[in-house]
Design a protein around this ligand. Structure first.
Ligand SMILES: [Zn+2]
Length: 251
């Protein structure tokens, strides 16, 4: 008897795993708050396995995806997991800049009938660098209303990339910062290949001004639970600016 109830408890305990995320660790889904979930996939960067965070929001009108998985093997598993967990389809997907950890799944999702979005600037960079592209383009900061939720896209200027946007949920005070914002535990700004070293710091200041007292700050890679991430990124960006400015005056 005891054995059976223990088995039942174990089954209930592992149920979300069996039906939601599968047995692999290649796709992790973590509840954030209310209808918001963070999903994490992995890819190799300079020989190291690196996690990338995206987010999704479950609304009455379907699920909204913020960025696509970095791991191309997880495009369909993410849709399947969302379907099983929430009995809903993904209807919309917005990528926050042109790098692959944000855009890799855009064409796949478009082929599945999902409305895909990037800014015009992101699209031009995607086109130039042979990245996957969205079907619909937004020309300026845009407010989306869907299934009872409101959020806005905001372009604060160049930082991590020339085109990085953030998504702000004013009601929830949720800042989806993606790769523009580094984790509080990061000791550097990561991939600066397309970064604007002089303007990164002022771009972060604009985000701080726009998004007052965020309760949640979602970073592109690693831990998002420490809200010092935004300020910490600003400090690192200011250091970067000083080094860069110093170098240009020395010439
Ligand atoms: Zn990134």
């Amino acid at each position: 008897m005891l054995g059976k109830s223990l088995f039942t408890i174990a089954l209930i305990f592992f149920l979300p795993d069996l039906f939601g995320q599968g047995k692999s660790n290649d796709l992790q889904i973590t509840p954030l708050t209310g209808d918001f979930y963070i999903y994490t996939t992995y890819n190799l960067y300079e020989g190291e396995k690196i996690p990338a965070n995206g987010m999704y929001l479950v609304t009455a009108k379907g699920v909204v995806l913020f960025d696509t998985p970095w791991d191309t093997a997880q495009f369909q598993p993410l849709l399947d997991s969302i379907k099983v967990r929430h009995q809903k389809q993904v209807v919309l997907c917005i990528s926050t800049h042109f790098h692959e950890d944000r855009t890799a799944g855009l064409e796949f999702y478009r082929s599945q009938g999902i409305k895909t979005y990037t800014t015009i600037l992101t699209d031009s960079l995607s086109k130039k660098t042979n990245k996957k592209r969205a079907e619909s383009l937004i020309a300026k900061d845009t407010i989306f209303n869907i299934g009872g939720y409101t959020f806005e896209t905001y372009y604060p200027g160049p930082g991590h990339s020339p085109d990085n946007i953030i998504i702000w949920f004013n009601e929830q005070q949720l800042l989806y910062g993606a790769c523009l914002i580094k984790s509080a535990s990061d000791d550097n700004l990561g991939n600066l290949g397309d970064a604007n070293k002089l303007e990164y710091a002022s771009t972060i200041k604009k985000v701080q001004k726009k998004c007052r007292n965020p309760k949640y700050i979602i970073v592109g890679h690693g831990d998002w639970t420490d809200l010092r991430s935004l300020k910490h990124t600003g400090v690192m960006a200011e250091d970067l600016r000083k080094i860069k400015a110093g170098k240009s005056t020395m010439k």
